[in-house]
Design a protein around this ligand. Structure first.
Ligand code: NAD
Ligand code: IPM
Ligand code: MN
Length: 358
């Protein structure tokens, strides 16, 4: 990543509700301009289902090289459209960027902003506050497998999972380093090593090795099915959770639910020191698209994560504060109990940011 004074951000709004929620995230960036030293140069790209259907292009040729060379971050909406049942374009664009830019950390915070948002009875914000480190470049997402005797009654489909020593080690190291730097007490590694003997064995061995190098952080192992249960029964036990690509995908939708739903969950796809991709956890939600009802909080908190990554920590905290205030005041979309449209919910946040600045 080149040392640029004005950081450059590629904005890819994508499909469905993507453009609606990203418009609000962009307004937040505009509201910050000139404050906390924030100055970002945004460039928009029209990659998504419309372009794929009209031109046959998903992730344009040379895009990865361009992103790596000319940008510091990517802010993305969502990809997925019922007109593309194969999901081919979304895979090319989203998984293409994750893998092609080697964004091995999928960092997904699970943080309750307001006790009223969680479906769990009597849980307070301090009891739901952890981060998930999802491995983001291999595992079940490697695309390996195939068919034998396809479309016969003896058909066989294989779907393989890839776990490399390097891939497992770097995500576990990232989780421990994060815990050490942020004063988090415990790293919990979740796997299914009681059944997935080989991949699980590798994860277990690497986890023990890395844990031994981080004596100040408690190392805890759980089978992932138990984690799914304990995230509901006792979420306060988690500080940092590290797991593979597929388990991380599933657990973070559950994590989103704990925080108030997919509308609020944020994520970063990160390779430290390189161009990194920030996107809300939710998808394109086709039934909500074009109605002005989608919650922009997920993409605005994602923008806060991006600001932090770009070195604008103060601005990042200001955005998080403005979001929390708006949520507590119930100035939100209906999924969070408010009555506002996407646009008005975004405005409730930018209004607070501008006020905080005067
Ligand atoms: P989804 O996240 O799009 O929506 C599931 C449900 O969650 C919605 O129906 C809605 O009730 C709620 N929801 C999601 N985002 C919301 C928001 N901002 N505000 C309020 N409510 C919200 O998941 P899905 O329906 O399983 O998938 C739809 C499409 O999105 C599929 O094509 C899928 O592959 C794709 N997808 C893309 C991404 C991504 O681009 N990162 C992530 C997940 C799913
Ligand atoms: C996510 C999504 C993606 C994933 C899909 C759309 C490929 O569910 O970002 O969580 O499985 O990683
Ligand atoms: Mn997912």
């Amino acid at each position: 990543m080149a040392e640029r004074k004005v950081k450059r951000v590629a904005v890819v709004a994508g499909d469905g509700i993507g453009p609606e929620v990203i418009a609000e995230a962009v307004r937040v960036v505009e509201a910050l301009r000139g404050t906390h030293g924030v100055e970002l140069d945004l460039q928009h790209f029209d990659w998504g289902a419309d372009k794929f259907l009209s031109e046959g292009v998903s992730l344009p040729e040379g895009a990865l090289e361009m992103l790596a060379r000319d940008f510091d971050a990517i802010l993305a909406g969502a990809f997925g459209d019922p007109r593309v049942p194969s999901n081919r374009h979304a895979e090319d664009i989203l998984l293409g960027m994750r893998r092609g830019l080697d964004l091995y950390i999928n960092l997904r915070p699970v943080r309750l902003l307001d006790a009223r948002l969680t479906p769990l009875r009597e849980r307070k914000p301090e009891e739901i506050d952890f981060v998930v480190f999802r491995e983001n470049t291999e595992g079940a997402y490697c695309g390996a497998g195939g068919f034998l005797k396809k479309n016969t009654s003896e058909e066989i489909a294989t779907q393989e999972e890839l776990n490399t020593r390097r891939g497992v080690e770097r995500i576990i190291v990232a989780a421990f380093e994060y815990a050490r730097e942020r004063g988090r007490k415990k790293v919990t590694m979740c796997d299914k090593s009681n059944v997935q003997r080989f991949g699980g064995d590798l994860w277990q061995r690497v986890f023990r090795e890395v844990a031994a190098r981080h004596p100040g952080v408690e190392a805890n192992h759980q089978y992932v099915d138990a984690t799914a249960m304990f995230m509901i029964l006792n979420p306060a036990q988690y500080d940092v959770v590290v797991t593979n690509n597929l388990f991380g995908d599933i657990l973070t939708d559950l994590g989103a639910a704990l925080q108030g739903g997919l509308g609020v969950a944020a994520s970063g796809n990160i390779h430290p020191g390189r161009v990194s991709l920030f996107e809300p956890v939710h998808g394109s939600a086709p039934p909500l698209a074009g109605r002005g009802v989608a919650n922009p909080v997920g993409s605005i908190l994602t923008t806060a994560m991006m600001l932090e990554y770009l070195g604008h920590s103060e601005a990042s905290r200001a955005v998080e504060r403005a979001v929390r205030e708006a949520v507590v005041a119930r100035e939100t979309t209906t999924d969070l109990g408010g009555t506002l449209s996407t646009r008005a919910a975004g405005e409730a946040i930018t209004k607070r940011l501008r006020r905080g600045r005067d």
